[in-house]
Design a binder for this molecule. Structure first.
Ligand SMILES: [Zn+2]
Ligand SMILES: [Zn+2]
Length: 275
């Protein structure tokens, strides 16, 4: 059988973090959708007050056991990988997982306060005013500085690299065409290792109605291709209906950037497939 990007979905959440379906429901939905390589990537524990009840506990034993039981249930039918989405503020070491997604969800103030990058407009505006002297582009520069630092840790997958755009429909918070913005975004991308890290094309913001296109923006994808980088399509699924949501839109932007192939993650490593 010819492998397609939609045979793989490895950026997913469940009720063990902030997802709306249980791990068993997510696996069943993936299997029904024809996925062959399915991965759980629950949110790592963080010290953020916003994350209470929405991320894994410090002890991830139950999470690993839940995934291991599902691996047995689906053996021979669908591969299930145990990954994690590691937030940049998490103290958890991303070892002992099949893969890890490195993501930035917060800006940290010098006093330790958290400002969510994707929570709501109020968080962005308070980061702008309290942390960045009213300079909205400085918020994006701070965000991409944290993404660059995460990229240098060489995650298996660099998560939603330009998540800071999530609430920026119509440039309502900052101008995405401004040279300060594009320079900061490219600066973060250039700190990623194209040999070690996959860049994800993530449709999660589309599923939840915030975006009309996936992350990342086309200019970043084009640059990544010129760097020799590889991509993976992901849905950042938080519900059973979102397992391979809008993969066609993700494939379209990948092709527009010049990619001919995407990667699939499997238990025996990365496998390329045509777009
Ligand atoms: Zn995320
Ligand atoms: Zn996620």
């Amino acid at each position: 059988m010819i492998l397609r990007p939609e045979h793989c979905s490895v950026h997913t959440h469940c009720t063990l973090c902030d997802g709306r379906a249980t791990a068993a429901e997510m696996a069943a939905a993936a299997y029904a959708a024809g996925v062959q390589y399915f991965g759980f990537s629950c949110h790592s524990p963080t010290p953020s007050p916003y994350d209470v009840g929405f991320v894994l506990p410090d002890d991830v034993t139950e999470y690993r056991a839940t995934v291991a039981a599902l691996q047995k249930d689906y053996a021979g039918r669908m591969e299930i990988l145990c990954g994690i989405e590691l937030d940049s503020t998490s103290a958890l070491a991303p070892s002992g997982f099949d893969y890890w997604i490195g993501s930035v969800h917060y800006l940290r103030a010098p006093d330790g306060a958290f400002y969510a990058a994707d929570w709501d407009e109020e968080q962005f505006l308070s980061a702008r005013d309290r942390l960045c002297g009213g300079d909205a582009l400085a918020v994006t520069e701070r965000y991409f500085e944290a993404v660059g630092a995460m990229a240098e840790r060489k995650p298996t997958i660099l998560g939603h690299i330009d998540l800071i755009r999530k609430l920026n429909r119509g440039d309502r918070l900052f101008p995405e065409s401004d040279a300060r913005y594009t320079r900061a975004a490219l600066g973060a991308l250039h700190r990623a290792d194209p040999e070690k890290t996959l860049l994800e094309i993530n449709t999660g913001g589309m599923r939840r109605g915030y975006r009309d296109t996936p992350y990342p923006a086309l200019f970043l994808l084009k640059d990544w291709r010129e760097m020799g980088g590889r991509i993976i399509l992901t849905a950042d699924a938080h519900d059973a209906g979102g397992i391979v949501y809008a993969y066609d839109a993700a494939a379209e932007i990948a092709r527009a950037a010049g990619f001919k192939e995407a990667s699939l993650l499997t238990a025996s490593g990365e496998v390329p497939c045509a777009l």
